[in-house]
Design a protein around this ligand. Structure first.
Ligand SMILES: Nc1ncnc2c1ncn2[C@@H]1O[C@H](COP(=O)(O)OP(=O)(O)O)[C@@H](O)[C@H]1O
Ligand SMILES: [Mg+2]
Length: 369
């Protein structure tokens, strides 16, 4: 194990904010003369991953593609660098939280509660705009790169406080530039958001991403992942069969939106929308939002979730309102936050016990025989 990372080249690390299998993402700061400061997100390959040539190649590909993507709904890549033998990717810092974290922090009653449908539609349209842009982006030969993200899921959608949603993590994206040479078992998307053809290891194209967008919309409307199971195998098996129609019928949203979802979630790619643009048009026709109600509702949901301390996360909405905290949680990774809170509680408990023991000892010394 190496020392914890405190700085990477010119970036000063503030805290870890997220981690997938192969990399850790940090909130960092870029400082300059006269008090200049810019927040950034820095994604660093974990040591064991950095020893694997194929993973490094994929990381470099992620950086290369990221450098070409400039769009308001994509977390922009600023730099790919190396410091102290570590490869890293500096990105625009999205000040908020991931969609998966927001859904986890929603008030939970007897039934998981989803986002306001207008907010869910707004996030979906942001993701579709990002995909439409990436899909059409021309490569060096002028032809579209035909980017397929392959990992569209709530963890890879970042929400900023103003209510904008940005797609991130093009780490396993593919397209016309990339010959599929990836070792079996290495490339993974989130199994619970994969289209049937992707989980079967078949050919993927933009319609595969559109299916994942459909499932992400279902997750937002219901407040929980579309497929559950005791392990990845069970989730994958359910996902491979597709989402039963009655699950869409049971959603609490307009019929027009349900029709859009049914098309996006068709088992056969040929029955889905042909492009992100087509999906977007159908979505905005079914659920028009000229006054930006969705963005405003999303910003409000984020504000509540950011104020909510991690310990009350699974409590009721009432509990969260009764004990407001103006302080932002110190980290957006629930695991890190929960374990930090646990350690703190143990330390406080141990301190109290020591005080009681000391008081008893003093009392004993002071007592006459
Ligand atoms: N640019 C960013 N700004 C803020 N948070 C980010 C940013 N990029 C990633 N994160 C956080 O880090 C997590 C993991 O990032 P991601 O790029 O998806 O890595 P991985 O490839 O390990 O899944 C995200 O779910 C999000 O919480
Ligand atoms: Mg990710």
């Amino acid at each position: 194990m190496r020392e914890p990372i405190l700085a990477l080249g010119k970036y000063e690390i503030i805290q870890a904010i997220g981690s997938g299998g192969m990399a850790t993402v940090y909130h960092a700061r870029l400082s300059g003369p006269m008090g200049f400061e810019k927040p950034v997100a820095v994604k660093v390959l974990q040591d064991d991953a950095a020893a694997d040539e194929e993973i490094v190649r994929m990381f470099v590909d992620e950086a290369r593609l990221g450098a070409r993507l400039t769009h308001p709904n994509i977390a922009g890549v600023m730099e790919f660098g190396e410091a102290d033998g570590r490869y890293f990717l500096a990105m625009e810092y999205v000040d908020g939280m991931s969609l998966s974290m927001l859904l986890k922090r929603r008030p939970k009653g007897k039934k998981a509660k989803g986002l306001d449908p207008a907010a869910a539609v707004h996030v979906t349209s942001c993701i579709l705009k990002a995909l439409a842009y990436a899909q059409a982006l021309p490569g060096p030969d002028g032809k579209p790169l035909a980017v397929v993200h392959r990992d569209v899921s709530p963890q890879n959608v970042l929400l900023d406080r103003s209510g904008a949603a940005k797609l991130c993590d093009f780490g396993i994206a593919t397209g016309t530039w990339r010959a599929e040479k990836t070792r079996f078992g290495l490339v993974k998307g989130k199994v619970g958001y994969m289209a049937p053809e992707q989980s079967a290891g078949g050919k993927v194209d933009t319609r595969t991403d559109l299916y994942a967008v459909g499932l992400t919309l279902v997750a937002m409307l219901t407040g929980s992942a579309p497929f559950d199971g005791k392990d990845t195998g069970e989730i994958r098996a359910k996902a491979a069969k597709g989402l039963p129609k009655d699950r869409v019928d049971a959603l609490s949203c307009d019929d027009g939106l349900k029709d859009v979802l049914l098309r996006a979630l068709a088992m056969r790619p040929a029955d889905r929308f042909a492009s992100a643009d087509e999906f977007l048009k159908a979505l905005t026709t079914a659920a028009p939002d000229p006054t930006e109600t969705g963005r405003v509702a999303l910003a409000a949901a984020l504000e509540t979730a950011l104020e909510k301390p991690p310990s009350t996360r699974s409590g009721t909405a009432k509990a969260a309102v009764a004990k407001p905290s103006r302080k932002r949680p110190s980290t957006r990774s629930s695991e890190t936050a929960d374990s930090a809170a646990g350690i703190r509680n143990v330390l406080i408990g141990a301190g109290l016990l020591m005080l009681v023991a000391l008081a008893l000892a003093l009392l004993k010394i002071g007592l006459p025989d």
